[in-house]
Ligand binder design. Structure first.
Ligand SMILES: [Zn+2]
Length: 489
């Protein structure tokens, strides 16, 4: 991927006099140009009862816009209507080996962070079809070595020119997305960006913004992170405050609320030419894969902006509620990431999940929801509420999968109630609830047949250009194949 020659302003709207667009919940139009669903409504499928205007799925099953639901065009591709009924998905022969990247397919590696190290952590590595690497959270400081080693292995052994990828350097990473500022998600970042073996970060770090910082963050984690980002041309905050806080947690006694989260409406994040359209912000992962950013700091995007719920300043869980939410698309495949977003509605756990559903379920997720959901907050019951699960995993008998990024210090994860909710009825079909680890107080596979403790990495690789995918728990020798919900009648 080419490095952009023009950087966007790191502080959208902060100094330009642009009026932040804040409208009521319910996802009203962002402008007078029509319903917000026009941005990138899921391509309707011929077999859906509501599907009369079939979407941009061509005869091969690959969506004509590179995978995101009409994004940028606003209208289905009329030429594709005649080919709207997808051929039945027939899986490739099951691979016997561990899943590593292959050109033209997407790979998602949920890192089973080293359970012997005394730190909680969650980290995911996304490898695009052309070999780009995007990290979604990087684990704690103790996990930086493990994440760096995986990046080196991917670049040195798998994403090579011999295997058909463009040339890459040993530690090359295109993007890092930090869901929020808690140490189990971003504590490793300072280490990864410093020193002789620093990652060769091509584009930057996307995060919720230097707003309302302080909830549950510690000086030891947050100050170096802040310094590492603000001092380099790597900083892509989605929300912006009136005044930029200094990188001193002690100096943050005053509030730095977001005055806008206009960073969610910038189209391709590194292309200034398309900002005026205010389409949802996305990272181009190459080869038709995109990571679209739907929420940050409690603000919901998806083509319009809904303001955050009132959230306080002194509660540790409210950092979770501010998590960045992302939607990964490639061909017919969809994946949902939401960090530690909360939804219980308890005083310390604002129900941002229900607001998210109100804002993006119709316009982005569509009636079929997702193929892969990463359970919020390490599958704790602060999160993963019934409204969210019903939207991402409707009870339609199609197969979907949930992954819990859990270290052995996330005591009580996954929670019984959460596993029960995700696996109820026919939400997952033949899919499973995969966890990287669990503890003795967590939900147990004996009680939940669909729960699979991978005891390490959980790896997903698409097949046939995103028509289907494999999920694998290498340490358990389990590999299972699925057709994507948009390809299965
Ligand atoms: Zn966490």
């Amino acid at each position: 991927m080419q490095r952009p020659t023009t950087r966007k302003r790191p502080w959208p709207h902060a100094a330009t006099g642009v009026v932040p667009l804040v409208i009521a919940l319910g996802c009203s139009p962002a402008s007078g140009g029509g319903p917000s669903t026009a941005w990138f409504e899921d391509a309707p499928l011929a077999s859906d009862a509501t599907a009369v205007d079939a979407g941009p799925i061509d005869a091969t099953g690959a969506e004509s816009d590179g995978g995101v639901d009409g994004l940028g065009s606003g209208e289905p591709d009329a030429d594709a209507v005649a080919d709207a009924t997808p051929a039945p998905f027939v899986s490739d022969p099951q691979p016997a080996e561990r899943l590593w990247p292959v050109p033209g397919e997407l790979l998602i590696l949920h890192v089973g962070v080293d359970s012997l190290l005394p730190k909680m952590g969650e980290a995911t590595i996304v490898v695009g079809p052309t070999g780009t690497i995007t990290l979604i959270d990087v684990g704690n400081d103790k996990h930086a070595g493990q994440v760096r080693a995986l990046v080196e292995t991917l670049n040195s052994s798998w994403l090579t020119t011999e295997r058909g990828y463009p040339a890459r350097s040993k530690r090359q990473v295109e993007w890092i997305v930090l869901t929020h500022f808690h140490a189990d998600h971003g504590g490793g970042l300072e280490d990864l960006l410093q020193g002789d073996d620093a990652l060769a970060l091509q584009h930057g770090v996307v995060h919720r913004g230097w707003v309302d910082v302080g909830d549950g963050t510690t000086a030891g984690t947050w100050e170096p992170l802040c310094a590492a980002l603000q001092s380099k041309p790597l900083d892509w905050p989605l929300c912006a405050p009136q005044t930029l806080p200094v990188c001193d947690l002690g100096a943050l006694a005053s509030h730095h609320p977001a005055t806008t989260c206009g960073g969610l409406l910038r189209g391709r994040i590194d292309d200034p030419a398309d900002d005026a359209g205010m389409a949802p912000t996305f990272l181009d992962l190459g080869g038709g894969a995109r990571l679209t950013l739907l929420a940050a700091d409690g603000w919901i995007g998806g083509g319009s902006l809904a303001a955050a719920p009132a959230m306080g300043y002194d509660d540790t869980n409210q950092e979770n509620a501010r998590s960045v939410v992302a939607w990964l698309s490639f061909g017919a495949f969809r994946g949902h990431f939401g960090g530690d977003l909360t939804g219980s509605g308890e005083p310390t756990e604002p129900d941002v999940e229900t607001r998210l559903v109100a804002g993006v379920a119709d316009s982005v997720w569509g009636p079929r929801g997702t193929d892969l959901a990463v359970a919020h907050h390490h599958a704790r019951k602060t999160s993963n509420n019934a409204t969210l699960i019903a939207a991402l995993a409707p009870s339609d008998g199609r197969s979907r999968n949930v992954v819990g990024g859990i270290s052995k210090l996330h005591v009580g994860s996954p929670h019984d109630d959460v596993v029960a909710r995700w696996t109820a009825a026919t939400r997952l079909g033949t899919g499973r609830f995969w966890v990287t680890h669990r503890t003795f107080t967590s939900a147990a596979p004996a009680d939940f047949p669909a729960l699979l403790d991978a005891d390490g990495d959980v790896v997903l690789r698409t097949q046939q250009g995103g028509d289907g995918y494999w999920l694998q728990a290498p340490a358990q020798g389990v590999t299972q194949g699925f057709g994507c919900v948009r390809r299965v009648p």
